[in-house]
Design a protein around this ligand. Structure first.
Ligand SMILES: Cc1cc2nc3c(=O)[nH]c(=O)nc-3n(C[C@H](O)[C@H](O)[C@H](O)COP(=O)(O)O)c2cc1C
Length: 417
């Protein structure tokens, strides 16, 4: 290609990039309306991520975002769309990232942070870091090794792993690959018999806790999924039997061997606090509720003897309320007053995000899409590197706020911007 064409093309791409950049939201836009800007933004974005230059190996990644375009290239459009999608206008999806801008960390100096210890206790078990692998369904749709690759990567960094009800591999094999007990995430379905059978199976596999997801009570319009799926030219019927709910679920690892005749919905829109009481009488596992966003529900969880909650909007996949998890976290921590551990997820991509939540009082942070980007990009080594980047950034941020241990992360280190 002649140099002049390359230059014109890259200039056009750069202007297009800036047109989509948050810089425009801060007034840089007018200057870039034409081809000849009279004023440059400060800071200048000298090195925007070039989506045409993909990393070739996990070690090349500078941040977790470097994995996403590689995942996009490797993974079929319908599966990538399933992963990336939010709901409707994806206001919550953006809020999950922008929410972190509403909070600032307050760096502190002259503290010996030459050694940082990120050891964290989560429901009585000690982990060397507070970063948890969030439950994500059907991981074999991103890489053949799916949940097993993720379990091995979680083992390498010694992370707590939460396994989805919609897992492509059974809880026993994933636990074996992780080499330590995991948590099982439960979609209760409309059928107590189905839920009970899964809970027993998870308990027998040695799971420490059941995390009941409560935020999928209604329908959802996953526009990005539907639009990308429409571009997928493969024949999906070879893998997805959509002739009935039973036939589509029967292939799922955790539904196998269960009588599914009463199954009408894989979610439950009828679930109330009575379900939690029933669950308590059924299992010895700890009970965690995933998907709390209002302090009133957090207080009810503590009143009902729930062992922990996960403050989460499901990675903006349940509703488009516009409320980010990090925005919801402070009022929940205030209201719960230390009566149970509080985990949080949705939009965590940076060590500074993790440290903000821990300073507010969260016990641990669950990470979702980023490790799927790593999985889709490079399999297990990709997941390992994503988790490693998250750990390294978290450690660096702890040093910057002057916290040699997790206990040293306190509310005074974070304030509303
Ligand atoms: C592709 C995908 C599938 C998911 N599947 C489940 C699931 O089966 N059960 C569940 O409780 N949460 C599920 N989640 C939500 C995650 O557990 C977590 O709350 C969310 O991904 C966190 O947000 P993040 O992706 O911005 O990190 C899923 C998320 C994604 C992206």
């Amino acid at each position: 290609m002649p140099d002049s064409v390359v230059q014109a093309r890259s200039r056009r791409q750069f202007l297009q990039f800036l047109a989509g950049s948050p810089l425009l939201a801060y007034g840089g836009g007018a200057a870039f309306a034409g081809e000849a800007p009279s004023k440059l933004p400060d800071p200048m974005m000298w090195a925007p991520q070039n989506l045409e230059e993909l990393i070739k190996a996990p070690k090349d990644a500078i941040n977790v975002f470097d994995f996403e375009p590689v995942c996009r290239k490797n993974v079929p459009p319908a599966h990538f769309g399933y992963m990336a999608s939010g709901i409707d206008d994806e206001v919550t999806l953006r809020a999950n990232r922008e929410g972190f801008l509403k909070f600032q960390l307050r760096p502190r100096r002259l503290v010996d942070v030459s050694k940082v210890d990120m050891t964290t206790d989560i429901l009585g078990v000690t982990y060397p870091n507070p970063i948890v692998v969030a439950p994500i369904g059907g991981q074999r749709s991103f890489h053949d090794d799916g949940e097993l690759a993720v379990a091995r990567a979680a083992k390498a960094g010694n992370h707590l792993q939460i396994l989805s009800t919609a897992t492509s591999t059974g809880v026993e094999d994933v636990t074996a690959a992780r080499g330590a007990p995991i948590w099982y995430q439960l979609y209760a379905t409309n059928s107590w018999e189905v839920a009970q059978t899964m809970i027993k199976r998870a308990e027998n596999a040695g799971c420490l806790a059941v995390a009941v997801t409560v935020d999928r009570a209604g329908g959802r319009n996953q526009e990005t999924l539907f639009r990308l799926r429409a571009t997928d030219t493969r024949d999906c019927s070879g893998c997805h039997d959509r002739s009935s709910l039973q036939s589509s679920m029967r292939t799922r690892a955790m539904y196998q061997g269960i009588d599914l005749s009463g199954l009408r919905n894989t979610q439950s829109s009828a679930m109330t606090w009575d379900f939690m009481k029933r669950l308590r009488d059924t299992t010895k596992m700890k009970i965690v509720i995933k998907g709390i966003l209002a302090w009133e529900d957090a207080v009810l969880a503590a009143d009902n003897g729930i062992d922990a909650i996960i403050v989460s909007n499901h990675g903006a996949r349940s509703e488009d309320s516009g409320r980010s998890s990090i925005d919801a976290l402070p009022e929940i921590i205030d209201a719960v007053k230390g009566r149970m551990p509080i985990l949080v997820d949705s939009g965590f991509r940076r060590g500074s995000d993790v440290v903000k939540a821990l300073c507010m009082g969260a016990t641990a942070v669950c990470v979702g899409r980023p490790y799927i980007w790593g999985l889709g990009a490079f399999g297990q080594p990709g997941v390992e590197r994503v988790l490693e980047i998250m750990r390294v950034e978290t450690e660096a941020m702890m040093q910057q706020v002057g916290a040699p241990t997790i206990k040293h992360l306190v509310p005074a280190m974070v304030r509303r911007a």
